[in-house]
Design a protein around this ligand. Structure first.
Ligand code: FES
Length: 130
């Protein structure tokens, strides 16, 4: 996973992460995090940068489903899922209509984006990248 690019442009898009298992995902144990982000950033890289340790067994190359999240608001602000992502996300436990792989979600439009990180994220089965 790439670190956040400090030159990515104005961070004027509000992301709200809701963690179902805050103790498992963060040191602070806080369940809600509001983070400003820029167009072009990925939901996973922003979360990791802010100490929200979403699993990412394959390193963010769409080869696992451990970075699975639910987009509760702002799906239209994100890049559309590719066929590869759709195939992968189907392997995630607890699949819903608003399921996405956070490493594949690129912020494309201004708006408010609400991301729910499921509790079982920490316990997702690790897969070996292909
Ligand atoms: S980290 Fe593996 S698909 Fe996102």
């Amino acid at each position: 996973m790439h670190p956040r690019n400090p030159d990515s442009g104005p961070r004027n898009i509000k992301l709200r992460y809701i963690l179902e298992d805050p103790e498992g995902l963060t040191v602070s144990g806080r369940a809600e995090h509001e983070i400003m982000a820029a167009k072009g950033e990925h939901l996973l890289e922003v979360a990791l940068d802010q100490g929200i340790n979403i699993e990412h067994a394959c390193g963010g190359v769409c080869a696992c489903s451990t970075c699975h999240v639910y987009i509760e608001q702002g799906m239209d602000c994100l890049s559309e899922a590719t066929e590869a992502e759709e195939d992968r996300v189907e392997e995630a436990p607890g699949l819903r209509r608003n399921s996405r792989l956070s490493c594949q979600c690129v912020i494309q439009k201004e708006g408010t984006i609400v991301i729910r990180v499921p509790a079982w994220n920490r316990n997702a089965v690790k897969e070996v990248p292909h």
